[in-house]
Write a protein that binds this ligand. Structure first.
Ligand code: F6P
Length: 549
């Protein structure tokens, strides 16, 4: 029994039923499941918004899905979901509400935190962002010398970088091509150097994005950016025209020297990795314009409403979360691949890594005890078709079970030439071929039938049975991006709820930060760090020697 009065997950009858079911199913084969049910390819599909979700190529039967839904019932996933939407403080270790869904609520919605409706504040900031974005886009907002802003550099890290950087890339075809956008995150000075070396400071706007405004990488890069600007423009007053801040922390913003009139706020109930649809998305809004940004928020909302109201059998985030639990906890999968067949989604998986791994990479449960079950998987992947010529070999014929999501679009983006649009069918032929090959493989007899010499038959056989979800939409629009991101946000939520972990804190990132602060004086000044282990001591000494210190 848990301290919170709940039965431990792995002691529930629903968990045991799934473990037994796993035994009974044995080496279930996708070929057999499809042969037994010719309607499976259409029956095992769902729609949400513009997304068509095919989960037929999973190692599950109706019984598996029913048992998984029973586990969701026993762990009260929907109860926690409702508490989240109501604004309860479900992030218990930080004592915070979790209300990224309020960021895309309609103007007339009422969502209260501590008795205060937060929705008017959300829309007031969105309106200010829209006004600012329009002024930059039209050229009305100029730099200190009166020159038009042509370059926007977002400085942030983690959730204050990955979201806007990913979404900018995804929606590139919708961006104002006369503006240049760069995203600087790494404290490695090379990042800022490469981002600014060909820019004119008089035409450059820096957006300093940091929820806390204390993150060392961001504050360091922002300080260096200010020096770069002032070296060129020579007047402190230039900061007001070239720096804006996105933060929850007005005091630190003012302390840094940015006028809080140039600050766009958000709130402690928005987690960093859930924040790019808040003020953190300002660079994106400048790139695509306020109307497109709002279309994206509408897309988020479609999936929010679906997650909040759809019955368990038709609830797509619930289903995706449950499938992940099935592989992670009952079939020993260690990782989960996300493989978009769109070049524009090149940063999508990197974004999902933070969303998923920072949320669910935890070994302590909400009750403060160590879990006795696996939690979040390693999330990885890059766009197809590139991966096909790199690591798909291991997915097809390696020894590991790697469930994968394939995300594709029926239409190429409109901006492409007719010749480049014609390549789209080839891209998508690969998309469909891969999930087919992964699921059904090629038997030894099929290989022999092609006249392959006997000694090569094992090498050229594909066992198949590699599970995939296919997510297909007509085209990649701002709304579809919002729908996709909300889908994964809620999938991650479902899994955290089942594993009984707090998906909204991130204490695991703190130790490294503290140790870096302790080690830095040893590198710069050769200072003695009490209690430094022998390996790190030797490494620090070698580093100093290599630097001639
Ligand atoms: O260190 C991890 C983290 O706190 C992330 O959760 C967050 O997205 C990132 O750092 C950046 O934080 P901030 O927006 O406060 O600079």
């Amino acid at each position: 029994m848990n301290a919170d009065g709940r039965t431990r997950l792995n002691q529930t009858p629903e968990w045991s039923a799934l473990a037994e079911h796993r035994e009974e199913l044995g080496e279930v084969r996708l070929r057999e499941l499809f042969a037994a049910d010719p309607g499976r390819g259409t029956a095992y599909t769902l729609r949400v918004g513009d997304l068509y979700v095919d989960y037929s190529k999973h190692l599950v039967t109706d019984d598996t899905l029913r048992l998984l839904r029973e586990l969701a019932g026993a762990t009260d996933v929907f109860g926690l979901r409702d508490a989240m939407f109501r604004g309860e403080r479900i992030n218990t270790t930080e004592d915070r509400a979790v209300l990224h869904t309020a960021l895309r609520a309609p103007r007339d919605a009422v969502i209260e935190v501590d008795g205060e409706n937060v929705v008017p504040g959300v829309h007031a900031v969105l309106d200010r962002m829209a006004d600012f974005a329009d002024r930059v886009r039209s050229g009305e907002w100029t730099g200190h010398t009166g020159k038009r802003i042509r370059n926007v550099v977002n400085i942030g890290i983690g959730g204050s970088d990955l979201g806007p950087a990913m979404a900018y890339e995804v929606l590139r075809a919708y961006t104002d091509r006369s503006l240049t956008f760069r995203f600087v995150s790494n404290v490695d000075g090379a990042d800022l150097h490469e981002a600014t070396r060909d820019l004119d400071p008089a035409e450059t706007l820096f957006i300093v994005a940091s929820k806390t405004f204390t993150t060392v990488e961001t504050v360091t890069n922002a300080t260096s950016a200010r020096t770069w600007l002032l070296n060129a423009l020579g007047d402190e007053k230039a900061v007001a025209k070239h720096f804006v801040a996105l933060s929850t922390n007005a005091e630190e913003v003012a302390g840094f020297g940015i006028d809080t009139a140039n600050m766009f706020e958000f709130w402690d109930w928005v987690g960093g990795r859930y924040s790019y649809d808040s003020a953190i998305g300002l660079s994106l809004m400048i790139a695509i314009g306020p109307d497109r940004f709002r279309e994206m928020l509408d897309g988020f909302r479609i999936v929010d409403e679906h997650f909040r109201t759809a019955p368990a059998e038709a609830n797509v985030p619930l289903l995706l979360g449950l499938l992940g639990v099935w592989y992670n906890n009952f079939l020993d999968a260690q990782s989960h691949a996300v493989l978009p067949y769109s070049h524009y989604l090149s940063k999508f998986t990197a974004y999902l890594q933070q969303l998923d791994m920072e949320s669910n990479g935890k070994y302590v449960g909400r009750d403060g005890r160590e879990v006795e079950w696996q939690t979040g998987p390693v999330v990885w992947g890059t766009p197809g078709t590139n991966g096909q010529h790199a690591y798909y070999q291991l997915i097809h014929q390696g020894t590991k079970l790697i469930p994968a999501d394939f995300i594709g679009f029926a239409e190429p983006v409109d901006e492409l030439s007719d010749e480049l649009k014609a390549q789209h069918d080839l891209l998508m032929a690969n998309f469909f071929a891969q999930t087919q090959a992964l699921a059904f493989g090629k038997t030894p007899d099929e290989v022999r039938g092609e006249g392959v010499p006997e000694e090569l038959v094992p090498h050229r056989t594909f066992k198949g049975n590699h599970p995939t979800t296919t997510i297909l939409a007509r085209e990649l629009t701002p709304s579809v991006l919002g729908q996709l991101v909300a889908l994964y946000e809620h999938k991650v939520f479902v899994q955290g709820a089942i594993w009984n972990i707090d998906s909204f804190d991130q204490w695991g990132v703190e130790l490294g930060k503290v140790l870096a602060k302790r080690v830095e004086p040893a590198l710069t000044e050769g200072a003695d760090v009490p209690g430094l282990d022998a390996s790190t001591q030797a490494l620090v000494a070698t580093y100093r020697e290599l630097r001639g210190r």
